[in-house]
Design a protein around this ligand. Structure first.
Ligand code: FAD
Length: 461
């Protein structure tokens, strides 16, 4: 494990790079590129969270998986982040009758995901960027950019003053609502498509118990699946859980039928009674936390020659059901950092970046939507659970050919597109074997193993 702190100051001997957005991707990328010797400036519209406190916005905690961890390892930050994280071994499924069942994600504690606090993680990354020599400019909002003259117009949020800066090479790490993307889109056709999911979310909190302990199993991602809708809860180091309710826009229940506090409480009493009992300030949370929409952003193009590039959510915002948006954004940072290791040819690096990362971003966008159906509809479905048992049995028998898709996405850095393709071939075999069976001992696993060896290429070691 490489735990060296990011301390090498930028010599600034390589060209200047201007990043917009010091969120999760912008701060990590700033640290990595400053270490490479680029003169990095990052403009962030929010105030410095180290002075003003973190202005959250959305999702208090996030699931960090191996590919995100690998990026943090490369930046020398793995230990620091793990110290602020809570391990999640699997899904704890809460039935309507209040019964629970833990479905492990992996084989053992080497195959887990981690719940991290967005604000604290951001602070760690900002410190790393600054220590590496990146210059951070807070409270500065990108308004628009001129790619011909290589300049950007910003507004100082405190005074309202607008001004221009030189920015020959611009990187948009300014999130799903990216201002750089907007201005780039006025210059070239980005082929932008936003696909609303048709579902929204609202956050609530389970506090610690009266004696200061976690109220439910701490090392799990809790799910209350209810068909077309669900709640989840992720643990925090403060012994709280952040609960997220996901509801469709239409139907019953939906955001259209559950609008008022009284309607929300009635739905929880009916569908999530055991969770409601753990949320003493349900009314306050419901009133304070608005509903936010969800969707998938797809672009045909992520860059303009060597002048501008989009990455992270600015290029490919996805729905949160595989817990991979940040992980994917961190992988972006490592990929770009590698491409710029020995070359200042930005046009080439940005084109190679897009070619390398876009198929993978498209693949995780699709898998994230599929995972929503799995989480809210299938985790308590007998046929699906049998298929999961078959999947596990085949993975144990043929580990060189068969690593379940969830494991490839969460516990390895296998490119997303490859994980998606092999996952489809695996699921076809599993579905064929499950036909007509209701129990694992009715399934011909010998035949399954032969099918796996015949149809699935060996996985890279
Ligand atoms: C409910 C929810 C749950 C999620 N759960 C997970 C999870 O469990 N695991 C996971 O991996 N991912 C998760 N994600 C996705 C994850 O939050 C994003 O993929 C990740 O934050 C992307 O990082 P980013 O740096 O690209 O964007 P952001 O983190 O959004 O950062 C963008 C930054 O740009 C700044 N900015 C915006 N506009 C401007 C401007 N005009 N000028 C200057 N600065 C600007 C913003 O203030 C912000 O600091 C979740 C998302 C949601 C909505």
């Amino acid at each position: 494990m490489d735990d060296k702190p990011v301390s090498r100051k930028s010599t600034g001997s390589r060209p200047a790079l201007t990043l917009f957005g010091a969120g999760l991707a912008g701060a990590l990328l700033g640290a990595l590129l400053a270490r490479r010797g680029f003169a990095v400036d990052i403009y962030e519209r929010r105030a410095d969270p180290r002075q003003r406190g973190y202005e959250g916005g959305r999702s208090i905690n996030l699931a960090l998986a191996e590919r995100g961890m690998a990026a943090l390892r490369a930046a020398g930050l793995e230990r620091q982040v793990l110290d602020q994280a809570v391990m999640m071994r699997g899904r704890m499924v809460h039935g309507l009758d209040g019964r629970t069942q833990l479905q492990r994600y992996g084989r053992d504690d080497s195959e887990v995901i981690w719940s991290v606090h967005r604000g604290r993680l951001n602070l760690t990354l900002l410190d790393a960027a600054e220590a590496a020599g990146a210059r951070l400019h807070f409270g500065q909002r990108l308004l628009d950019a001129d790619f011909e003259t290589g300049s950007a117009r910003l507004r100082d949020e405190a005074s309202g003053r607008e001004y221009s800066i030189d920015a020959a090479v611009m990187i948009g790490s300014d999130g799903a609502g990216s201002a750089l993307r907007q201005t780039l889109g006025q210059h070239v056709d980005l082929g932008e498509r936003f696909e609303p999911l048709g579902h929204g979310y609202r956050e609530l909190e389970i506090p610690p118990s009266a004696d200061g302990d976690w109220q439910i199993e701490r090392n799990a991602l809790h799910i209350w699946p209810r068909g077309g809708y669900m709640c989840i809860a992720l643990p925090n180091t403060e012994r709280t859980f952040t609960v997220t309710l996901f509801l469709p826009n239409e139907g019953d229940p939906s955001l259209a039928t559950v609008r008022s506090l009284a309607e929300g409480r009635a739905m929880f009493e009916r569908d999530f009674a055991d969770a409601l009992a753990l949320i003493p300030d349900f009314d306050g949370d419901w009133n304070d936390n608005p509903v936010s929409p969800l969707g998938t952003l797809r672009l045909a193009r992520w860059h303009l020659g060597g002048r501008a590039l989009l990455l992270g959510d600015a290029a490919h915002a996805i729905v949160p059901f595989h817990g991979q948006g940040m992980n994917c954004a961190f992988e972006d940072c490592i990929a770009l950092n590698d491409l710029l290791a020995d070359s200042d040819d930005f046009a080439r690096a940005f084109a190679d970046f897009e070619a390398l990362r876009k198929p993978n971003a498209d693949a995780i966008a699709d898998m994230a939507i599929e995972n929503y159906v799995e989480m809210r509809d299938l985790v308590d479905d007998a046929d699906f659970l049998l298929k999961k048992q078959i999947e596990r049995a085949l993975a144990e028998r043929e580990p060189a050919h068969f690593v379940p898709r969830y494991a490839q996405v969460s516990f390895t850095c296998t490119p997303y597109a490859q994980a998606k393709a092999s996952g489809e071939a695996q699921w076809a075999i599993v579905s064929e074997l499950a036909r007509g069976a209701t129990r694992l001992d009715q399934v011909d696993l010998e035949l399954g193993a032969a099918m796996v060896r015949e149809r699935l290429a060996p996985l890279a070691a």
